[in-house]
Design a protein around this ligand. Structure first.
Ligand SMILES: Cc1cc2nc3c(=O)[nH]c(=O)nc-3n(C[C@H](O)[C@H](O)[C@H](O)COP(=O)(O)OP(=O)(O)OC[C@H]3O[C@@H](n4cnc5c(N)ncnc54)[C@H](O)[C@@H]3O)c2cc1C
Length: 463
């Protein structure tokens, strides 16, 4: 171990969404910043999360586009698909983005250390394996989360996570995905769209726990229409290999034949081996690093942002937390992140967009709630002949008429919810929605034309 110690104002561990933003903004305030990355600059979102996934989502959606085209007069719409070419293009784009991230950090004056880093003491970081020590006035832990494959069932060594799913050398003919989260349904949709036969196995009673129940129901129905076999109330208990093929044994006594078995059952915060215990950093009950509203850990001068804190595990949230940290510590502007009304999308086929409270959450919190809901065949399906419906739903506080939540399942739901999110966050009422002129002909126009509640929940029936 070297005794020479370099000194910086900020040392960031992890060059993902949160770490990169924090490093760049802190450097902009004049801080001397160093960031360590043990894998690839850009982190989960850029390298093996949102971005590569969305590129595969685009690829998978061409299947329906080709099929639907026939209803609009096109013919010869049955092209072939080449997985290797898609993955190569995706890898090129990820490489380009990684280089762009490095260049942006460099331009901002941030020094990148391509190495693992751990806490040596409350003011020192140790690079591994070199053992070099770096003194830092502030340390930011932004190490993200990693996929967990759960308990060690027989054959677990054959199971892949989303990391490997994004880099398979061929498209598996049959895929079993275990999990009910957004990542599980997104990958189920990707594989199904690209032509695999897909089974989705989830231990709970329905997929997308935590989302509005109508959304969960609608998406399950739509996935099933697209040929995905959804098996709920079951878990994979063993994966039996037969050469390059597998039999997955389920707790419900079913067996599923597959050429790839992927688990998307959770992403625990990346806290192990960081030396947190050495300096006495507390872990929250949710398994993430415990932080206050400014992302400060239990040790002064050590901060944590993003998935490693297990607050809201999304890229824009990690970025916002990283930015708020830099404003607070180096910009002289103490800034808290506002976690109300975080809009989010699930890039399944069809897409889900959601913001605010689900019907159940609104009833629990507000009691008297009006629900406006519509489900209809989108215009495109009239000529394409596709068996699909769109769901649009508004959850409204009966007393104030404020829109508490908006839930959409259908094409473009992710794009729609970004904009609806602004209105919901600003406290728009149902009357504000109604007063907004419709954009015609769109699916989204139904959001401003639903006149009568489909359901009125009241705490007590009138005496
Ligand atoms: C398949 C998938 C799809 C997703 N899709 C979406 C989406 O559509 N929209 C969305 O908002 N979010 C999505 N997410 C979540 C999103 O990627 C994360 O919320 C986000 O990346 C969190 O950012 P972060 O900065 O906390 O951590 P990360 O981006 O995970 O960055 C942490 C970095 O730290 C590095 N690291 C860890 N330990 C060390 C160490 N000791 N030393 C040095 N480096 C270290 C890691 O290699 C990593 O690069 C997806 C995630 C996955 C897995």
């Amino acid at each position: 171990m070297t005794t020479t110690e370099r000194r910086v104002d900020l040392f960031v561990i992890g060059a993902g969404s949160g770490g990169v933003r924090a490093a760049r903004i802190a450097a902009g305030y004049g801080a001397r910043v160093m960031v360590a990355e043990e894998y690839r600059v850009g982190g989960t979102c850029v390298i093996r999360g949102c971005v590569p996934k969305k590129l595969l989502v685009y690829a998978a959606r061409f299947r329906e586009a080709f099929e639907d085209a026939v209803g609009f007069g096109w013919s010869d719409t049955a092209p072939t698909f080449d997985w290797a070419s898609l993955i190569a293009s995706k890898d090129r784009e990820i490489g380009r983005l990684e280089a762009a991230y490095k260049a942006t950090l460099g331009k901002a004056g941030v020094e990148i250390v391509e190495s693992r880093a751990v806490l040596h003491d409350a003011k020192t970081v140790r690079l591994e394996p070199s053992g070099e020590l770096i003194r830092a006035e502030h340390i930011l832990i932004a190490t993200g989360a990693t996929p967990s494959l759960g308990p060690s069932i027989p054959g677990i060594e054959h199971v892949i996570s989303s990391n490997e799913a994004l880099a398979l050398d061929h498209l598996p003919a049959r895929v079993l995905v275990q999990g009910g989260s957004y990542i599980a349904v997104e990958f189920a949709s990707i594989f199904a769209g690209l032509g695999s036969q897909v089974s989705l196995v989830y231990r709970g009673e329905n997929i997308l726990r935590g989302f509005d129940d109508d959304v969960r129901q609608q998406l399950r129905m739509e996935l099933e229409k697209r040929g995905i076999k959804v098996i709920t109330g079951a878990t994979v208990t063993a994966v039996e290999p037969h050469g390059k093929h597998y039999t997955a044994h389920l707790s419900c006594d079913m067996q599923v034949a597959a050429d790839a078995v992927m688990f998307a059952i959770g992403r625990p915060p990346n806290v192990r081996g960081l030396g947190l215990e050495t300096v006495g950093i507390k872990i929250a009950p949710n398994g993430g690093i415990a932080v206050d509203e400014y992302s400060q850990t239990s040790v002064p001068g050590i901060w944590a942002v993003g998935d490693v804190t297990n607050r809201v595990n999304l890229t824009p949230v990690a970025i916002r937390e990283g930015h708020a940290f830099a404003d607070t510590v180096f910009g002289g502007k103490p800034t808290k992140v506002d976690y109300r009304c975080v809009p989010t999308a699930v890039f399944s086929e069809p897409e889900v967009g959601t913001v605010g409270l689900s019907e159940a959450q609104a009833i629990a919190e507000f009691g008297d709630v009006d629900v406006y809901k519509t489900s209809f065949r989108p215009m495109k399906a009239t000529l394409s002949g596709r068996d699909t419906t769109v769901l649009l739903k508004l959850v409204v506080d009966a007393a104030s008429q404020r829109v508490l939540g908006c839930h959409i399942v259908g094409e473009g739901a992710g794009e729609m919810i970004q904009l609806v999110g602004i209105a919901v966050r600003m406290g728009a009422t149902k009357a504000d929605f109604d007063a907004t002129m419709a954009v015609h002909p769109t699916a989204a126009e139904e959001l401003v034309t639903m006149r009568q509640p489909t359901l009125r929940h009241r705490r007590k029936a009138a005496e």
